[in-house]
Design a protein around this ligand. Structure first.
Ligand code: ADP
Ligand code: MG
Length: 227
């Protein structure tokens, strides 16, 4: 059984009175431990496909399954739980909170939905894990800095640490090197590769075939379908 699977997914956006179809029966299977790249040109629907896989959105039709269970039928609360328990996200523009420092940015998402008492009980352990991840990514001297004081590569490493905090089963990476120069992008791909070797499943979307080539397998998204 694949870890994660989309089958015949359809998605259209409404712009005024017209409907613009983006996904027209896109299917993809991701095995546990695999690194899959979804390669497609800009506007081909990569984000539109990634979001329902990560429980950020729902398809209009078709099904999305995690360990064989249809997550597209989940209630909004159950879908939040799916995301919080199983998925980590890394985006092109980092999505760090500017007023929080690196340590806070890393810790906070792991504590979303956690009650006050549990937060107090767990905060030591959670901070320790955040520090260990930041240390592994070469950011221990940056924990008190705000995102604006970091380079692009450092920001993306914070985003990866944040995404790994809750030990997700699958990491969704959307153009993770899209804002970085080649050398820094290489280092970020190296960080992802290291996590992959340690067993992490990765679904990465990109328009760049050289970046896609770092994955175990490339699938092409074009005309609303996966070839
Ligand atoms: P990609 O990630 O491959 O660049 P997207 O999935 O972001 O592509 O978008 C696919 C198409 O759908 C594009 O033409 C985009 O303009 C359109 N689109 C994406 N999101 C929306 C939205 N919320 N409303 C209307 N159109 C959208
Ligand atoms: Mg996109």
């Amino acid at each position: 059984m694949p870890l994660l699977e989309a089958e015949a997914v359809h998605r259209a956006y409404r712009l005024g009175r017209t409907e613009v179809p983006v996904l027209k029966g896109a299917s993809i299977r991701v095995a546990a431990g695999e690194w899959v790249a979804i390669l497609g040109s800009s506007g081909s629907g990569k984000s539109t496909l990634l979001h329902p896989l990560g429980g950020l959105d729902r398809p209009d039709a078709g099904s999305v399954r995690f360990r064989g269970e249809s997550i597209n039928r989940y209630s909004p609360r159950r879908l939040d739980r799916y995301r919080n328990e199983h998925v980590g996200f890394v985006f092109q523009f980092y999505h760090l909170l500017p007023e929080l420092n690196v340590l806070e940015n890393t810790v906070i998402p792991a504590m979303v939905g956690v009650g006050r008492l549990e937060w107090i009980r767990r905060r030591g352990e959670v901070r320790e894990r955040a520090r260990a991840l930041l240390d592994r990514f070469g950011l221990s001297h940056r924990v008190r800095h705000r995102p604006a004081e970091l380079s692009g590569g450092e920001r993306q490493r914070v985003a990866i640490a944040r995404a790994l905090m809750h030990r997700p089963d699958v990491l969704m990476a959307a153009e993770p090197t899209g804002s970085l120069d080649t050398k820094t992008g290489e280092a970020i791909l190296g960080t992802l590769a290291e996590q992959h070797r340690a067993g992490l499943t990765i679904v990465m979307v990109t328009h760049d075939q050289w970046i896609a080539a770092r994955a175990d397998r490339i699938v092409h998204l074009a005309d609303g379908r996966v070839a």
